[in-house]
Design a protein around this ligand. Structure first.
Ligand code: ADE
Ligand code: ZN
Length: 335
């Protein structure tokens, strides 16, 4: 029998929760800073990595937004995406639904088109060269106001046919989903899929709002849903997919030990959980590393690993025919 590590790496899977700006490795940060003549407050890669000790989400976000400041041109975003896709392909990813934060870049003065055109060209190259398909999800920054989100949605209008959906990220506590009810309604009217981070640090009420006020098609994180049995029942009954990020939860102190991570409990409750990397350059591991460390800490069975892989495709925004093809590939791999 192959080892669990080999089994996991070879298992066809999708990544549904990945912030492309969170795949910026320190080495790349220096390369882009040099290319673009941007000054960095760090002298060495080691110094950067030493700064990645976070007590909570905000600690991380402060350094993550600072890091993104080295991204200046379309080729930067293209190269960032391709570097991520090469790692994802090596980890057995066949499909990726990738977040980006356009406001992080437009607020620094970059035209809206720079990030999105660079990412879309990287996505096309990944499909052609690596056989990895992808969709792009535009996230609104929830620490900014809804008016800014509306302006971002308007700027994105020429790209609607090439967008997989819209999402909501950044500082959760104090910025409930209901703050963005109007812009999500507008995105829904334009036929875009909806996702939102909720229940990462925020209370179960935020998850209820993501469901009932925003009408999300998929929930990002959702860990704190487990505090509310009625909410769990609702998530199970509706077959809602949760994009869970174990190493992120560990690094941001959402859990203090992977052995205490709720992923297995989620599966036992009948929740449609998936495993994802969130911001892999900051949290110590890409897709397969998340799977491997979580499988080990929680003693996941092969059956549970196959369920997680299947959930990653059935929870994706691929067409039913595409999903069926990926599920058949999982069955063939297991056989
Ligand atoms: N932006 C990037 N990663 C994030 C996370 N884990 N939560 C909220 N916003 C984010
Ligand atoms: Zn996230």
């Amino acid at each position: 029998m192959t080892s669990d590590i080999d089994f996991i790496r070879g298992l066809p899977k999708a990544e549904l929760h990945l912030h492309i700006e969170g795949s910026l490795e320190p080495e790349q940060m220096f390369e882009f800073a040099r290319r673009n003549r941007v000054a960095l407050p760090f002298k060495t890669v080691e110094e950067v990595r030493a700064a990645y000790a976070f007590s909570n989400l905000q600690d991380f976000l402060d350094i993550y937004y600072q890091g993104a400041g080295v991204l200046m041109t379309e080729p930067d975003f293209h190269d960032l995406a391709m570097a991520y896709f090469r790692r994802a392909a090596a980890d057995g990813a066949r499909h990726v639904e990738m977040f980006f934060d356009p406001q992080t870049h437009t607020d620094r003065g970059l035209p809206f088109s720079v990030a999105i055109d660079g990412l879309l060209s990287g996505m096309a190259e990944a499909k052609a060269e690596l056989g990895v398909s992808s969709k792009l999800i535009l996230c609104f920054l929830r620490h900014l106001d809804e008016e800014a989100a509306f302006a971002t949605l308007k700027a994105a209008e020429p790209y609607f046919s090439r967008l997989g959906g819209v999402g909501l990220d950044s500082s959760e506590v104090g910025h409930p989903p209901s703050k963005f009810a109007g812009v999500f309604k507008a995105a829904h009217r334009r036929g875009l899929k909806l996702v939102a981070h909720a229940g990462e640090e925020g209370p179960p009420e935020y998850v209820w709002e993501a469901l009932d006020v925003l009408g999300v098609d998929r929930l990002d994180h959702g860990n704190r849903s487990l505090e509310d049995p009625a909410l769990v029942e609702r998530l199970v009954a509706s077959g809602m997919t949760l994009t869970v990020c174990p190493l992120s939860n560990l690094k941001l102190c959402v859990v203090d030990d992977l052995k205490a991570h709720p992923l297995k409990r989620m599966l036992d409750l009948g929740l449609k959980a998936t495993v994802n990397s969130d911001d892999p350059a900051y949290f110590g591991g890409y897709l397969a590393q998340n799977w491997i460390e979580t499988a080990d800490a929680l003693r996941l069975t092969r059956e549970e690993l196959v369920t997680l892989a299947k959930n990653s495709f059935t929870g994706s925004f691929l067409s039913p025919a595409e999903i069926a093809t990926h599920l058949a590939a999982i069955d063939a791999y297991v056989a």
